[in-house]
Design a protein around this ligand. Sequence first.
Ligand SMILES: [Zn+2]
Length: 68
Amino acid sequence: MLKKYKLNDHVKMKKPHACQTNEWIITRMGVDIKIKCVACGHEVMLDRLKFEKKLKEVLGDNNEEKKN
Ligand SMILES: [Zn+2]
């Protein structure tokens, strides 16, 4: 099943992070995908295939208003 995600989306992974939080933000999308843990700020870089395998749910970007 193909899941749709984009930059700045909040996502849930199959396994929670070591800090027990299971919500991440996509901070970079290219050949590799970088996600940042919303609780502790830890960043992880994964290739797309690994990312999609570990991805559980796309929460979207409307949890957080970005105003610059
Ligand atoms: Zn964390």
